[in-house]
Write a protein that binds this ligand. Structure first.
Ligand SMILES: Cc1cc2nc3c(=O)[nH]c(=O)nc-3n(C[C@H](O)[C@H](O)[C@H](O)COP(=O)(O)OP(=O)(O)OC[C@H]3O[C@@H](n4cnc5c(N)ncnc54)[C@H](O)[C@@H]3O)c2cc1C
Length: 228
């Protein structure tokens, strides 16, 4: 899974200034980090969402189609994806990494994942490889026959990779992160159970937020990853 930060606008001071303008001031340049931190924390705690819309992130993402399907549910993000009509699909398929838990135990809405065994992992990965290879051969054959790309792609399995640009402001990004990060060991306001593969994307996005908006990130964590 690839997540690159292509563009970013708006640091923590842009958040504070967005709020301070309501009292007629532009104070962010004058205050020290301690005051800024306290103020941003307070904004977050009190649910003042709009100042967190000033920072904007644009990501380039490569992910399997089944993850892409989950990512495009974020309506407040701007997305454009690789086209299977105008270009060939990517000859790359997702293979399950060793740390991915395989077995679901419990009932709907109240379940857990456990490791599974090596036979299960090898069987699944062999199937994933076979389907990807078989699809790719068929795809190349049908393209050579002159069948249009948009038709030749019909049998593509959802573990083939695709790519997209996703741009969203920090408020929307916090919403995505609170639903999709791997927060298994954290104290959270929301019990979300995101699919492991999308956590690989969200966790990488989070690293960029920690770097570009560290004070907003701290406020997010202190509010138990609650969305605004
Ligand atoms: C664990 C998990 C399981 C899921 N399972 C399924 C599933 O089985 N099937 C499925 O279809 N989806 C599923 N989803 C997707 C989910 O229902 C949302 O579509 C997705 O998470 C996008 O979230 P969002 O609407 O908050 O984000 P965005 O669309 O980015 O919206 C951000 C926020 O803006 C506000 N907003 C946006 N649009 C509107 C609107 N029209 N009206 C009012 N407020 C709005 C809301 O506050 C929203 O939280 C799942 C998500 C998770 C995390």
């Amino acid at each position: 899974m690839t997540v690159e930060l292509v563009d970013h606008m708006g640091g923590d001071r842009a958040i504070a200034d967005g709020a301070w303008v309501s009292t007629g001031g532009r104070r962010a340049e004058e205050v020290n980090d301690q005051k800024l931190k306290g103020f941003i924390n307070r904004l977050y705690k009190d649910g003042h969402g709009t100042p967190f819309e000033y920072p904007v992130y644009k990501f380039y993402i490569e992910q399997p189609i089944f993850v892409d399907r989950q990512m495009i549910t974020y309506r407040l993000a701007t997305t454009n994806g690789r086209s299977g009509r105008y270009s060939e699909l990517m000859n790359e398929a997702y293979i399950i990494p060793p740390e991915r838990k395989l077995q679901q135990v419990g009932k709907t809405m109240d379940y857990d994942f456990i490791d599974g065994d090596e036979t299960q992992r090898e069987t699944m990965n062999q199937i994933l490889r076979n389907f990807a290879e078989s699809f790719w051969q068929t795809y190349q054959t049908t393209l050579k026959m002159g069948i249009a790309k948009e038709v030749a792609r019909f049998p593509a399995p959802t573990h083939m990779y695709t790519s997209m640009y996703m741009q969203l402001n920090l408020r929307s990004l916090f919403n995505l992160l609170h639903q999709r990060m791997n927060l298994e060991n954290e104290e959270t306001a929301l019990e979300s159970h995101p699919q492991y593969e999308i956590t690989l994307i969200a966790d990488q996005m989070a690293e960029f937020v920690k770097e570009k908006n560290p004070l907003a990130w701290e406020a997010f964590v202190e509010s138990k990853y609650r969305k605004l």
